[in-house]
Design a protein around this ligand. Structure first.
Ligand code: DGL
Length: 284
């Protein structure tokens, strides 16, 4: 006798909307995006992956970052994420197209690059703008290409600032030595006479205050967290996937590929609440 498996019942719209939003980065940097998303969309449950075992991404090859990104997306898809935000410029530069193809129709994928590029086109047409980021992001030239495609006359000048991520991951900021490192980078000729500076690394909002202090109001300091959160909201609203209000706040989940005390500390400080941090090695 042959038996045919009954077709799986179709997922209801309510069940799909209740799925979490996934985000990933090499470490704590993407938490700046996660925090903006949590503030803007307080009913959404977040699943965050910090690939601390492979930090920093900024010094890795595009091929390595692509391999890590795909592995992380496997986990986020197993967690049934409805939206995946690549909360890392280096991974957005190296792996966005590949990840989008890999994830297909299972979830929407957002990068942190396109929303801020669109903002530059709207607000800085015909003006000189600086950008700082990791070697991976700057050498990929992806911002320059996308900005030039806008054809809005944004004159973009980029500088790789590789010391900043390890400095921030170590919690080594808001002191005079980090002021010196930041000042040395910002004083480079590439960034002369700019009207705005793009923080093209999701770690950098953690030193945004120090950077703003260096410029003393002469330069707009731009980071992508809020524009990315707004884009996430716009997508979920259009797709009918906004999570419904619930009586209790959502229980976010944080994974790391290598457990570090400093990551746990930073996560807690960022979310101002106890977090459940789980060690999840990408390769066993
Ligand atoms: N926060 C990441 C970025 O936006 C990664 C930095 C790194 O790991 O080098 O580029």
């Amino acid at each position: 006798m042959t038996t045919s498996a009954a077709p799986a019942p179709a997922e209801t719209a309510a069940a799909r909307a209740a799925r979490p939003i996934g985000l990933f980065d090499s470490g704590i940097g993407g938490l700046t995006v996660a925090r903006a998303v949590a503030q803007r969309l307080p009913h959404e449950r977040l699943v965050y992956f910090g690939d601390t075992a492979h930090l920093p991404y900024g010094d890795k090859s595009a091929a390595a970052i692509q391999a890590y990104s795909v592995k992380i997306c496997d986990l986020l898809l197993r967690q049934r994420c409805k939206l995946i935000i690549i909360a890392c410029n280096s991974a957005s530069a190296a792996a966005y197209e590949l990840v989008r193809e890999y994830v297909g129709s299972k979830a929407r994928v957002l990068s942190v690059i396109d929303p801020i590029v669109a903002h530059l086109g709207r607000a800085y047409a015909g003006r000189r703008v600086g950008l700082i980021g990791t070697k991976q992001t700057v050498n990929s030239n992806v911002y320059k290409k996308k900005v030039d495609d806008l054809d809005a006359g944004v004159d973009l000048h980029s500088l790789a600032t590789p010391l900043l991520v390890p400095m921030i991951e170590e919690g080594f900021f808001k002191n005079s030595i980090s002021d010196d490192i930041i000042g040395t980078y910002l004083g480079q000729a590439e960034l002369a006479d700019i009207e705005a500076l793009v923080l093209a690394c999701t770690h950098y909002p953690l030193i945004k205050e120090q950077i703003a202090r260096y410029y003393a109001g002469r330069v707009d300091v731009l980071d992508a967290s809020d524009v990315v959160a707004a884009e996430a909201e716009a997508y979920l609203a259009t797709a009918g996937l906004l999570a419904p209000a619930a009586p209790t706040p959502p229980a976010h989940h944080f994974y790391v590929s290598d457990f570090t005390r400093s990551f746990e500390e930073s996560t807690r400080i960022f979310f101002e609440q106890e977090v459940h941090l789980e060690h999840y090695p990408l390769w066993e």
